[in-house]
Design a protein around this ligand. Structure first.
Ligand SMILES: NC(=O)c1ccc[n+]([C@@H]2O[C@H](COP(=O)([O-])OP(=O)(O)OC[C@H]3O[C@@H](n4cnc5c(N)ncnc54)[C@H](O)[C@@H]3O)[C@@H](O)[C@H]2O)c1
Length: 333
């Protein structure tokens, strides 16, 4: 299906569930973009879940979002259980505005929900010539190092900067070996998952996505990944007033309450300490790209280059929708 048509369909699905036209547009744009950058784990495969949560009154379709200005740079957004995309959209726009004004923007969000891809918001700031960091916590998926039970989410870490070329540098990575969405999609489409990414509930390695969802996902780099997941939980949950320490509910399986998770957006003007950032970042990337390459590697890529390429290739083409997900969308439309 053409991205433009898909956008209209997704928008209508959310308007039918009570979202305002502008909020539904924010949601559909983020979902379609996830498909365009090849992150289908955070695209159409989640529409049914968001809709279920709206129907069960766990996502507020008409939130009264409050912004508390703490200084010219800092603000706290109370999302009032909006769908995460809407709260994140407001917060990143505010972070951009504050950084432009003062040099730095620091926006915390509480009482929010799953907002999709961190890189989607980072790109908005990078397009305005800012450096950006985005954090969000997520429901339990990873066991803290040494623990038997999962508690941390796959808690993505995202850093973006302008590069002085049109391709932004965006490192946007979950702290699990693969993101949970990929495991969910594999379970839905009855595919296997790679080895060494998850353990079943008895602690045995598994390639069965259903068993992996009942068990634990493995963090990147052992205790280091577990530490990063913990850091993101503190930055997104503890500091913002959002849920933390394993209290965020699983959006797919747990309908006992809203997610109430938190996000944190930090935006920085690149020329705060020097006046030639563009030149310096260009030189930095050039030096790294010029390094001798290992066998089989044609080009040393910087983070975000792969997604940008995928996005360019996808534009104007039809988005492929697996039958199972198409059936779900037809029921919702
Ligand atoms: N909202 C949530 O709760 C939540 C939770 C987890 C993940 N996510 C999102 O899921 C998305 C996917 O996460 P992921 O961990 O699967 O990311 P990924 O493994 O696809 O990519 C991680 C990073 O590595 C970079 N990269 C990939 N190949 C590269 C190469 N050859 N050279 C250099 N850099 C390269 C990518 O550009 C990206 O920045 C992210 O956008 C993340 O924000 C969201």
């Amino acid at each position: 299906m053409k991205p433009k048509n898909l956008n209209k369909i997704i928008k209508k699905i959310f308007v039918n569930l009570g979202l305002s036209s502008s909020h539904a547009s924010i949601v559909s744009a983020a979902i379609v973009e996830a498909e365009l950058v090849g992150a289908s784990s955070h695209g159409l495969s989640r529409v049914n879940m968001y809709c279920n949560r709206i129907k069960k009154k766990l996502i507020n379709p008409r939130p009264k979002i409050k912004i508390k200005n703490i200084s010219q740079s800092i603000a706290l957004v109370d999302a009032n259980n909006s769908i995460g995309f809407v709260a994140a959209d407001i917060a990143i726009k505010k972070a951009i505005k504050n950084a432009k004004k003062t040099g730095i923007g620091l926006i915390a969000v509480k009482n929010s929900g799953h907002y999709g891809l961190s890189g989607y918001y980072a790109e908005k700031a990078v397009k305005k010539n800012l450096i950006v960091m985005c954090f969000t916590n997520a429901p339990p998926a990873i066991a803290p190092y040494g623990a038997k039970k999962s508690l941390f989410g796959t808690n993505p870490i995202c850093f973006g900067t302008t590069t002085s070329s049109k391709v932004p540098f965006i490192l946007d990575t979950s702290v699990s070996v693969i993101n949970r969405g990929k495991i969910r999609v594999a379970a839905k489409l009855r595919n296997k998952i790679p080895q060494n990414v998850a353990l079943d509930k008895f602690g045995k390695p598994t390639t069965d996505p259903k068993k992996a969802l009942e068990g634990v996902q493995l963090p990147i780099a052992g205790f280091k990944g577990s530490g990063l997941a913990w850091m993101v939980d503190i930055l997104s949950g503890v500091i913002t007033g959002g849920n933390h320490g394993g209290k965020a509910k699983d959006p797919f399986d747990d309908f006992s309450g809203p997610l109430n998770i938190g996000h944190l957006f930090i935006t920085i003007k690149p020329n705060l300490f020097i006046n030639n950032y563009n030149q310096r970042i260009k030189e930095n990337i050039k030096r790294i790209k010029k390094l001798p390459k290992i066998k089989g590697v044609k080009e040393i890529l910087y983070p975000g280059q792969n997604k940008y390429k995928k996005y360019k290739q996808s534009l104007g083409k039809n988005i492929k929708i697996p039958d199972k997900i198409l059936k779900e969308l037809k029921k919702l439309y």
